[in-house]
Design a protein around this ligand. Structure first.
Ligand code: MSP
Length: 547
């Protein structure tokens, strides 16, 4: 664990000082079935990181999208009795709708059936073919329909069988095109040796290294059209379409502006500056697609088309949400529908749960009970309550007008320390490892303030005729409102709607209402609410969920 934490720190420290665009991608989701909470988790995680970097004032490029080709999609479309193109349109729309609902704000959307993408995939294949890195051969053997690849004896478990992760297995014999993967094995070893944080967390890099050790043979990159025609045609043989990974992985660069127009545009340094500004990206993927897809195929593909080692992306590998300890799957019928949860509890409630009940890299068990508990305890009874009572009291005792104190905040040391600690801890290091770090610390601070209100009993101060009591009440109201303004900024990556709610009710930055630009870390400095500021009326931010 300690070395994992170190690698994570090293990696994110670099991110903290990269002056160019902060670029982040997610896996692109298969359009064979609608999204579930596993998909939602990954995209919200990327969105939180993207929002965090925007909050720091950085330029951000956040790319996500859908993987529309392949056998699974072709099969699902056939089952539904509609052409694949029509089928993927419907499912794609569901993903788009979900990201809109969950406030996942991406800068570019990848759809692998688009012409722009097809051109880059074909350009890369043609180049590798021309260079002799792709050849034709005949293969017969066992084939995993789920993973869309031929299996070798290496994939057999100790019992001699192919494990359940490979799904349905069939015997196949066919001519195909192959990419000379194994000739880059030594390079990949060297690369991983030289860059300890190529993959995070650490134990995933070890897993990848072990897999590279076992690497032998080349990668089949095609399917005859007689078997699969829902794909991108090979530019040098129109009887074939390309194998799913060559198509899917290329999205990360095709939608970031990589070009294949001219032969001399291939060297990395001849790529447009707009592309190089967005590359390399931090790539968020689930643990199931590290080996072999991203850790081996993708890194080798990039190397083969001339990307230098310092332009290799970093892979942030997250764990899985399970249900009752078991993997969620359509066939097992234990899919958790994110639309239903967002409608039932609010998009922010789902975002908060997904970010706070799992540690990045580990698996977790999804529990609606815990979602409700966390929501009620941390959001409704704590943060929502603080906002509500602060505004209520300001209206009741001071006609909604705040008096800016001449001195430092009169909050307990605990709150001041909490606030300072919050800003110190608010680094990319913490955010990647625990995307809820800012909201958790903010919520802690809110609880300290709630406790302070109880102790100082403003309702008693308001009745007092002593000047110092009346002044104390002024200070207390200002300090709570000011703390809420800062907390609004700090929680905005995880809880964007609540952050807007806080700002709206505080009557703060109203000209930017609803816009992400409203939040900036530079503004999270004590004392920005002006003297005489009039706050708005309270509206419940997080209505309690009754069971
Ligand atoms: N299309 C490929 C990825 C191509 S990337 C160039 C794919 N699609 S997927 O829809 O099966 O998965 C998309 C992402 O969702 C993957 O990163 C995967 O790990 C993640 N998840 C799928 N189920 C998940 C959970 N139950 N929990 C968390 N994430 C999971 O693979």
């Amino acid at each position: 664990m300690a070395s994992e934490a170190l690698a994570l720190q090293r990696f994110v420290r670099q991110l903290d000082f990269v002056p160019k665009t902060f670029s982040i991608t997610t896996a692109i989701d298969y359009t064979n079935s609608p999204p579930h909470i596993g998909h939602a988790y990954e995209k919200v995680l990327a969105d939180v990181l993207a929002r965090y970097h925007r909050l720091k004032g950085e330029k951000v490029f956040f790319l996500t999208g859908v993987d529309q080709h392949g056998q699974k999609v072709q099969q699902s479309a056939a089952k539904a009795g509609v052409p694949p193109a029509e089928f993927v349109k419907g499912i794609t729309q569901k993903f788009i709708d979900l990201w809109k609902k969950l406030d996942v704000r991406y800068d570019e959307w990848a759809e692998t059936t688009s012409d722009r993408h097809k051109k880059v995939v074909q350009g890369i294949l043609q180049r590798l073919f021309d260079e002799g890195q792709i050849y034709k051969d005949k293969q017969s053997g066992y084939y995993s329909v789920r993973q869309e690849q031929f299996l070798t004896d290496k994939e057999r478990g100790p019992d001699g069988q192919f494990g359940p992760q490979w799904g349905e297995i069939e015997f196949r014999e066919e001519e195909n095109y192959y990419f000379k993967l194994s000739q880059h094995k030594d390079w990949l070893f060297r690369y991983l040796d030289n860059r300890v944080d190529a993959v995070i967390p650490d134990f995933r890099q070890t897993e990848l290294r072990n897999a590279v050790e076992k690497l032998s043979g080349d990668l089949c990159i095609s399917r005859p059209k007689s078997r699969l025609d829902w794909g991108i045609e090979l530019p040098f043989d129109n009887n074939f379409v390309t194998y799913v990974w060559f198509d899917a992985l290329t999205n990360y660069i095709s939608f970031a502006g990589y070009t294949v127009g001219e032969a001399d545009s291939f060297p990395y340094n001849s790529q447009p500056a707009t592309f190089r500004d967005k590359w390399p990206a931090l790539q968020i993927i689930g643990k199931d697609i590290l080996v072999p897809a991203h850790g081996i195929y993708w890194l080798i593909m990039l190397h083969a088309i001339g990307f230098p080692d310092d332009a290799m992306p970093q892979l942030l590998v997250h764990g899985w949400w399970n249900l009752g300890g078991a993997k969620m799957s359509k066939s097992a019928g234990n899919i958790v529908d994110p639309f239903v949860l967002a409608d039932r509890y609010s998009p922010d409630a789902l975002r908060y749960y997904l970010m706070s009940d799992i540690a990045t890299g580990q698996d977790a068990d999804f529990s609606e009970e815990r979602l409700i508990e966390r929501y009620n305890a941390n959001l409704a009874n704590n943060l929502g309550n603080l906002l509500n009572r602060t505004l209520n009291m300001t209206h009741r005792y001071r006609d909604g007008r705040l008096q800016r104190p001449s001195e430092n905040p009169k909050l307990p040391d605990d709150a001041i320390d909490g606030y300072k600690q919050l800003l110190n801890e608010y680094t990319a290091i913490k955010v990647a490892a625990r995307p809820d770090v800012m909201s958790e610390r903010s919520l802690y601070l809110a609880s300290v303030l709630n406790g302070f209100i109880e102790i100082r009993s403003p309702w008693k101060l308001a009745k007092s005729s002593r000047t110092e009591d009346r002044e104390f009440l002024d200070d207390l109201l200002y300090d709570c409102a000011e703390a809420l303004r800062i907390l609004g900024t700090l929680i905005s990556p995880v809880l964007p709607r609540a952050a807007h709610g806080i700002f709206d009710q505080l009557n703060w930055k109203m000209e930017l209402s609803g816009k992400e630009e409203r939040f900036s870390l530079a503004d999270a400095e004590w004392g920005r609410l002006p003297d005489g500021h009039v706050v708005g009326k309270p509206v419940p931010l997080f209505p309690r969920i009754e069971r």
